[in-house]
Design a protein around this ligand. Sequence first.
Ligand SMILES: *Cc1c(COP(=O)(O)O)cnc(C)c1O
Length: 405
Amino acid sequence: MTTTIAVNRALFDEVMVPNYAPASVIPVRGEGSRVWDQQDREYIDFAGGIAVSSLGHCHPALVNALKQQAEKLWHLSNVLTNEPALRLAKKLVDTTFADKVYFANSGAEANEAAFKLARRWALDKFGEQKQQIISFGKSFHGRTFFTVTVGGQASYSDGFGPKPGAVVHAEFNNLDSVKALISDKTCAIVVEPIQGEGGIIPADASFLQGLRDLCDEYHALLVFDEVQTGVGRTGKLFAYMNSGVIPDILTSAKSLGGGFPIGAMLTSSAIASHLKVGTHGSTYGGNPLACAVAEAVLDTINTPEVLAQVLHNEQIFRQCLAELNEQYPVFSEVRGQGMLLGAVLNETYRGRAREFFLAAAEQGVMVLIAGPDVIRFAPSLVITEQDIREGMQRFAAAIKQVVTG
Ligand SMILES: *Cc1c(COP(=O)(O)O)cnc(C)c1O
């Protein structure tokens, strides 16, 4: 039997590597868009575990999928395939541009696979001079060394020794800045359809089309990082379906698992053929438990009703935020799409997102920030109107608290 240890926030500082600074409360259970902490205090969840809990907490369909699979088979390794992985891959292929799927355990790993595939594809087809990856300032692609290097924040990639080479950064939504960098040496352009961590900044449709055209002209691959935007979050199954611009490689994670770790890389047969047997892999990637849960997530989200609800919920969020802003003018605009929204603080409150975040938690609503100037909302796609309105009342109290000091 395991012995019971008293756990509290102080224990974190004692036993955890100090790379995180978690809040003072410890949540212990959740249901739908409500979460309770050790003291049984209730929070309304507008954060969704950073755009992960796409169907809220303990959604019955996901609990059921996990329990059923837990009693059947957990793990085998990739020496063998398994039924949930095959079903999930088939459904992803049937509903997207892609012909092939590779499973990983996280967004960073899905991107790592995408970048390695782009490099290998270019090497096989054009030779070793074609290696350059163009990415964007403020972009975020994960925390492995390759993905932080491709990401557009030097503070995440500096200080760990020599970085993977041939990675350059252009300016997001500025096609001329890409034209200035692209050449026959470019193997891929990597972009988020909506920059998430960078501040909820949507890519212009013309910008994405421009990237597509440049990739075609220079024989480079267009990679969409949809780790944050994918699986219903913008009201379409994937955000690329809003713009009509089709990538060569797409990565997904976060919402795909609904809280269970999984990542996926999607691509065409022709490109996929360059990851031959033995070129890449993962021990846990595509394991039966993760794939069974993700299959239930996909089945539940990819319906006209749920996707329509995402856009309906967006309207309620926008309307509530507009009303709040009339009472306490703190925002200059609300950006984003579906259940991925960023309320941008105006001149007066610039740089103070963290204060709003902390006040919100005090008032019983969990929000996120995206940089120092943006309050981010990434709740469950199926959050109820009642939970939105009650959460917004609590958020109003939080705003009042910050505004009146
Ligand atoms: C969160 C995120 C990642 C990294 O995903 P992990 O699962 O944390 O590795 C990559 N790209 C984008 C756009 C993300 O939002």
